[in-house]
Design a protein around this ligand. Structure first.
Ligand SMILES: [Zn+2]
Length: 337
């Protein structure tokens, strides 16, 4: 069996376990909501990571692009409902599809900025998508034949298979429409500063955390930071160990952000928060690392730990199905150290 080693497969896993399926349909109640003098949050996009945009004198800078080309179109439309200034930049917090699949819908000439590993991760995703485009038609045909054979007698089984068929056809249509757009500007380490009509934007590479290509986007004049998926507020995090995650560096970066004079913290998923959200993410990751370290010390296997580690302090968080995968990520990280 092919080893599941791409972040694309990681993303599919994430979306299916969290219920954030990539339907390509954007919600009806999408709005641009002001969260500081010059920054707006696009709220109501189902399945996408949080998108914000800065409206400055010389134009607009957007952080992330939604989970589908349809999301991208709606984001552009919502920006246009606030300003007619040009959309100059899209900064990508990282490569996962729920943050980058809307890129193709942005106006030509929009400069895309990302961490340099994003290009490599995006290429792997692109290969995986192309592979799926080749294989899916045969799977769809085989499933249709199976459903026809089931006929009207085996109703329950037929309904289940029809549901699977709908999902496969939805995936195929989605992949066919999707074009992965590469960044024109990449950042290796350190930070990049953009001045945009009186506003400064700091794009910071914190090192591997949720994945090996995450960036933080800091708006010092607005006292706002977009954390990307380095913050899953009120949700269990997805930790992409197959694409270089590192919870030790992640915690160190969160501690660093705690020292910045920010008032609004934008998570990749979950509601806009204050600095308390950073503290919660640090405590969650520390609890997870301690639980896995204890399991390793006691000679537990990965499978045992995936079943036994429950993190009672965090039992009410969303995306509960992500916990075994978070355990697996930290297991690989700590086994390597
Ligand atoms: Zn992510």
């Amino acid at each position: 069996m092919k080893k599941q080693c791409t972040c694309w497969l990681g993303l599919i896993l994430f979306l299916s376990l969290t219920g954030l399926a990539f339907s390509g349909e954007a919600g009806q109640d999408v709005k641009a909501v002001s969260i500081s003098e010059k920054i707006y949050l696009i709220s109501g996009l189902s399945g996408a990571g949080n998108v914000v945009f800065l409206v400055a004198g010389q134009g607009v800078l957007v952080v992330d692009s939604g989970a589908s080309p349809a999301d991208g179109l709606i984001i552009v439309e919502k920006i246009r409902s606030v300003t007619d200034r040009p959309i100059r930049y899209v900064v990508l917090t990282h490569s996962h599809g729920d943050h980058v699949f809307g890129l193709q819908s942005f106006p030509p000439g929009t400069l895309i900025i990302a961490q340099q590993n994003l290009t490599k991760n995006m290429q792997r995703d692109d290969d995986e998508i192309k592979d799926n485009l080749v294989k899916l038609p045969a799977r769809i045909t085989a499933l249709k034949e199976k459903i026809a054979l089931l006929g009207k007698k085996q109703k329950t089984l037929r309904l289940t298979e029809e549901e699977s068929l709908k999902k496969l056809e939805g995936q195929y249509a989605f992949y066919k429409e999707l074009q992965l757009v590469r960044p024109q500007i990449t950042l290796d380490n350190g930070k990049m500063t953009i001045s945009l009509g009186g506003e400064t934007v700091e794009i910071i590479n914190p090192g591997p955390a949720h994945i090996d290509d995450n960036l933080l986007v800091y708006f010092p004049g607005q006292k706002v930071v977009h954390m990307g998926d380095m913050l899953f507020y009120r949700h269990h995090p997805y930790i992409d160990w197959q694409a270089g995650s590192n919870t030790a560096t992640w915690i160190a970066a969160l501690r660093d952000v705690q020292t910045w004079p920010v008032e609004k913290v934008i998570p990749g998923h979950g509601p806009v928060a204050g600095k308390e959200a950073l503290d919660e993410q640090i405590r969650y990751l520390s609890d997870l690392r301690a639980a896995v370290a204890s399991g390793l010390k006691n000679g537990h296997t990965l499978e045992q730990m995936k079943k036994s580690i429950v993190l009672p302090a965090w039992k009410d968080l969303g995306f509960p199905n992500m916990l075994p995968y978070a355990v697996e990520a930290v297991y690989h990280e700590l086994s390597r150290d």
